[in-house]
Design a protein around this ligand. Structure first.
Ligand code: C2E
Ligand code: MG
Ligand code: MG
Length: 604
């Protein structure tokens, strides 16, 4: 005989409750013939205790019984969690409307009159069991959907949505008791580098381990909140860890209202991450940059607590990896300013508020202009001129730098074309690109499109990117630099010496030029008895690697004279020319040629 339902080979169990042994027997046989497992009870109390012992899939329940009648049994079952959703078929000889109504009110699923052919009754039970299974599946998938809406499947931690709920509960708990609540938001420093270099699978393993270690940093809530605190809340009013996005995590610490109390937890978090993660036979230590906001002093709503802690975190990042920052008013003013500037930045492209200035790069040997560096300028209608150091980090954070960078590329290429068409100078134009532009892998095709659109030769363009970008996005940069080389576009490493890459590391990247950061140039002739050993070393090593060198930020005659003796290839700096608009640059250049007795502007 086949079992009537899933899972296969496990027959569904039907409980038959009737005080009449004959009726129990008849119905039982019919149900067994239909493939069910049957258990029975002679009265209400026995029926309830059967429920505790067996997993029951359906109940066939007599109404008229001595002691507890069927209606009472039914409503009791509906109140018990294990039988809340089990179908109950009430059997009554009283088929008047009144008892049908009472049956439904008591929570019956269906009813039939007592005289019904037991075989037909079994068919009805089959139907009820099957529809219960469908409902169970539905409930399960609903639960799954609910889970996915509130939990992160990778780490099984609450997600941002759930964190908001948790904070809501924490605030509701803390407020009437005049207790505090601390929210810590942080991301794992340099996580994108692990993802880039080791692959996403390794990244996932690391994130899971981070989640695990974070849970180890939580306090024993019973101890911290006091065991006497009200019972039902205890489960919810504890410390929580949540994963709020990619490599972003949050801690919610109820009952914590001062920076001193937060400090202990924050330090536990940092030492937990500092313990090396062993991945693919490598030890990777991590750090977290943590932003903290406190209820009630910093904010009163879950959203504001999160927002302020995030603002503090972004602020902390400026102080370097592994820092902890507490929210304060000036951070919020700055964050608000950033937000509105970010919005303005998005409109700046449409409103044509960007322009490029150009600063010459001159050959050290004869002071001819060989190249110009394109430097972005933003003229905001109200704020006036905004410095690139102020808005570029913001554009990088929001990812909007990709579109801005695209504009810079296209404009720089178009300028090369305009100079060519006008019979003007054939200067190579150096374009700065941010690390973020390497991230999505579309940089090379964007560069190639900009060059094609302007109809210029690719060797007229050079891309400058910083050592920081190279370190943070090494895999993406390495790939892009190789493709750029094939395309014929030159590459330069900007601000060299400010990051931590060694020259030997640079061997892996076929870069053409090294730009020595102006911090080293500034050192020339001011210390070391007129010597600049670092500049010497950089030039010597760059030359041995076959890289050209550009000294940035040359401001004094003495610096220039020194560089001449050291064979750098090019110089750039205020001593020669500031970044200028096109017309001013043309005027400057005419003067420059004249003053230096140079005859031709053409260096191709
Ligand atoms: P950078 O690429 O190192 O550009 C050189 C910066 O040094 C420029 O500042 C330039 O005006 C300045 N400078 C040139 N000569 C001297 C000098 O003799 N003394 C001193 N003290 N400074 C000098 P600027 O234009 O404010 O740009 C700052 C940074 O913003 C740039 O540094 C670059 O990293 C970034 N940037 C500028 N334009 C763009 C762009 O289009 N895209 C991206 N991603 N970044 C850009
Ligand atoms: Mg540059
Ligand atoms: Mg530079």
């Amino acid at each position: 005989m086949n079992a009537p339902e899933n899972p296969p080979n496990v027959p569904a169990t039907v409980l038959v409750v009737d005080d009449d042994p004959g009726a129990r027997l008849l119905v039982g046989i019919a149900l067994e013939m239909a493939g069910f497992k049957v258990i029975s009870a002679g009265d209400g109390m026995a029926a309830l205790s059967q429920f505790h012992e067996h997993s029951v899939d359906c109940v066939v329940l007599d109404v008229v019984m001595p002691g507890m009648n069927g209606f009472d049994v039914c409503s009791t079952l509906r109140r018990m969690p294990e039988s809340r959703h089990v179908p109950i078929l009430m059997q009554t000889s009283l088929d008047d409307m009144e008892s049908v109504n009472r049956a439904y009110n008591a929570g019956a699923t269906d009813f039939s009159s007592k005289g019904i052919n037991p075989m037909l009754l079994a068919q009805r039970v089959k139907f009820l069991v099957r529809s219960k299974q469908t409902q169970d599946q539905l409930r399960e998938s609903e639960a799954r959907v609910r889970y996915l809406a509130y939990y992160d499947p990778l780490t099984a931690l609450p997600n941002r949505q759930r964190l908001l709920q948790i904070l809501e509960q924490h605030i509701a708990w803390a407020e009437p008791r005049q207790r505090g609540l601390a929210v810590l938001m942080f991301d794992v420093d340099n996580f994108s580098r692990i993802n880039d270099t080791q692959g996403q699978a390794v990244g996932d393993v690391v994130l899971k381990e981070v989640a695990h270690r974070l849970q180890g940093c939580l306090r024993d809530s019973q101890r911290t909140l006091g065991a006497a605190d009200e019972s039902i809340e205890k489960q919810e009013i504890t410390d929580w860890v949540a994963r709020t996005g990619g490599d972003k995590f949050a801690l919610a610490l109820p009952g914590v209202a001062t920076a001193e109390m937060v400090q202990a937890v924050a330090q536990r978090v940092q030492s937990a991450l500092a313990r090396p993660f062993v991945v693919a036979q490598q030890d990777i230590p991590l750090s977290a940059t943590i932003g903290v906001s406190l209820f009630p002093s910093d904010a009163a709503t879950p959203e504001a607590l999160i927002k302020n802690a995030e603002a503090a975190m972004h602020h902390a990042k400026k102080a370097g990896h592994g820092a902890i920052e507490y929210f304060n008013k000036s951070i919020s003013t700055r964050a608000a300013k950033h937000l509105s500037m970010e919005a303005d930045l998005r409109r700046a492209l449409e409103r044509d508020e960007f322009t490029l200035n150009y600063q010459p790069r001159l050959a050290l040997k004869d002071l001819r202009v060989e190249a110009v560096e394109a430097l972005l300028r933003w003229r905001h209608p109200q704020r006036g001129f905004v410095a690139p150091d102020e808005f570029i980090p913001l554009a990088e954070q929001s990812g909007f730098i990709v579109e801005i960078g695209d504009w810079v590329l296209r404009e720089a290429c178009a300028q090369v074309r305009r100079w060519r068409d006008a019979g003007g100078p054939l200067w190579q134009v150096a374009v700065n690109v941010s690390g973020v532009q390497f991230r999505d892998g579309s940089l090379v095709s964007r560069v190639s499109r900009a060059i094609d659109a302007a109809g210029i030769e690719s060797r007229m363009i050079e891309l400058e990117f910083t050592e920081g970008a190279l370190i943070e996005y090494s895999a993406a940069v390495s790939k892009a630099v190789k493709s750029l080389k094939q395309l014929g576009v030159a590459t330069a490493l900007d601000d060299f010496g400010t990051g931590y890459s060694s020259l030997s590391y640079l061997r892996h990247f076929p870069i053409d030029t090294l730009k020595i950061d102006r911090a080293f140039v500034r050192d020339i002739a001011s210390k070391h008895g007129g010597n600049a050993p670092l500049v010497d070393a950089i030039i010597a090593m760059a030359t041995s690697l076959g890289l050209a060198t550009v000294a940035e930020g040359v401001e004094t005659e003495a610096q220039w004279q020194y560089l001449k003796t050291r064979h750098a290839n090019q110089v750039q700096g205020f001593l020669f020319c500031r970044p200028l608009g096109i017309e001013e640059l043309a005027l400057w250049h005419a003067d420059w040629l004249h003053a230096n007795h140079l005859t031709s502007a053409i260096v191709a």
